[in-house]
Design a protein around this ligand. Structure first.
Ligand SMILES: NC(=O)c1ccc[n+]([C@@H]2O[C@H](COP(=O)([O-])OP(=O)(O)OC[C@H]3O[C@@H](n4cnc5c(N)ncnc54)[C@H](O)[C@@H]3O)[C@@H](O)[C@H]2O)c1
Length: 340
């Protein structure tokens, strides 16, 4: 299946997730090789250089884009920078693996889709749950038809408490609906094979009162009506003291697929320590294999000229649901999709 050719990949943004992608590209993705690292903060680039043994570092990503060895880029900058950085990478004819969410607005996402279409480059969005074995098992149960007609889906993201930083400002990250729940919107669209037709949403600020001033929440819920007639609910919480809690489930007329539920139906009481329970501490541990697999899939799409598993259109759809959810919460009403 693999040719002996490898894809030369440049990393732009060497922070928390860039460090994960850089190390995977350097060591664990057989069809790709890390050829350069750009971060405007040189210490971050040098840190990933030391971890990977790849010493070609840049503080200006334009210089990385000029490197002829760079066929593709992984963009792992904060989301407000993606308009500029992804735009420049596509302009330079590079294939793009873009961390989620792909954009802060739909016109930005549309511009990336149009540029990708014009140049024939590959564009993949970092919704790694599609590469995670547990989610893939649920997807195959759905696709086999064994669950019958789909009635209800659920997906959640509950993050451990974090120091208030860039993620807290919706102008930087997109806020909780785009930055956090867009993972779940993608899971719901992918598992159901359906589009969102309307959403209602609500949110509260329980643990980080400073988010109110920024126009964001730390705990939210979104209810989505899907084009196949099923309902989905998504919840997000930034204050999961018992660990990183990420699950999905699908309920159909003939059966259900759950994650993390044993045959005993035992009730789980979780305490304030992930060491003593079954949860991972954070995403790097929980999705170790999926982060590797999504980059392998990206390189396979480039080398085999096939469609990536998570396309720019998938990325746009998740952003659209997030924008609709925010609007639904702010206006306290159901919002229909597509957004006008
Ligand atoms: N898929 C996942 O599970 C997952 C997990 C974490 C983060 N993310 C996403 O990855 C992106 C980055 O998040 P993070 O937590 O790694 O952020 P971070 O702040 O830790 O790292 C971002 C890095 O980008 C650098 N940067 C900023 N502007 C730049 C520019 N113009 N050129 C080059 N480098 C620049 C910063 O100096 C920083 O080192 C966000 O979109 C986030 O939503 C995804």
């Amino acid at each position: 299946m693999y040719s002996s050719k490898t894809v030369g990949v440049g990393l732009i943004g060497a922070g928390q997730i860039g460090k994960v992608h850089g190390q995977n590209l350097a060591r664990r993705v057989p069809n790709a090789r890390l050829v350069g690292i750009a971060d405007s903060y040189i210490e971050a680039a040098n840190n990933v250089a030391a971890l990977t043994g790849v010493s070609t570092v840049y503080t200006d990503y334009h210089d990385l884009l000029k490197n002829p060895e760079v066929e593709a880029v992984v963009v792992a900058t904060p989301t407000f920078m993606k308009k500029e950085v992804v735009g420049a990478a596509l302009e330079a004819g590079k294939h793009v693996f873009c961390e989620k969410p792909m954009a802060l607005t739909l016109p930005e996402a549309d511009e990336f889709i149009a540029m990708t279409g014009r140049s024939g480059t590959k564009f993949q969005v970092g919704y790694q749950r599609r590469f995670d074995p547990s989610y893939m098992r649920i997807k195959s149960a759905v696709d086999s038809g064994e669950l019958g007609k789909m009635l209800l889906l659920r997906s959640n993201t509950r993050d451990p408490p974090q120091k208030v930083a860039g993620w807290a400002d919706p102008k930087v990250s997109g806020g909780i609906f785009l930055d956090t729940s867009s993972h779940d919107y993608d899971v719901i669209r992918w598992l159901s094979g359906s589009e969102a037709v309307s959403v209602v949403a609500d949110g509260v600020t329980a643990a980080y009162p400073e988010l109110e001033g920024l126009g964001d929440k730390d705990t939210t819920m979104t209810i989505i009506r899907l084009s196949n007639g099923a309902l989905a609910h998504v919840d997000a919480c930034r204050v999961s003291v018992y660990g990183y809690d990420i699950r999905a489930e699908v309920i159909g007329t003939e059966g259900a697929a759950f994650m993390d539920i044993g045959k005993s139906s035992e009730a789980h009481v979780m305490k304030k320590s992930w060491e003593s329970n079954e949860f991972s501490y954070w995403y790097t541990e929980r999705f170790d294999e999926a982060y590797r697999g999504e980059l392998e899939g990206f390189a396979v799409a480039i080398l085999g000229d096939s469609t990536p598993r998570v396309t720019a259109k998938d990325g746009r759809a998740a952003v659209e649901i997030g924008l609709a959810a925010r609007k639904a919460m702010q206006e306290r009403r159901a919002v229909s999709l597509p957004l006008g």
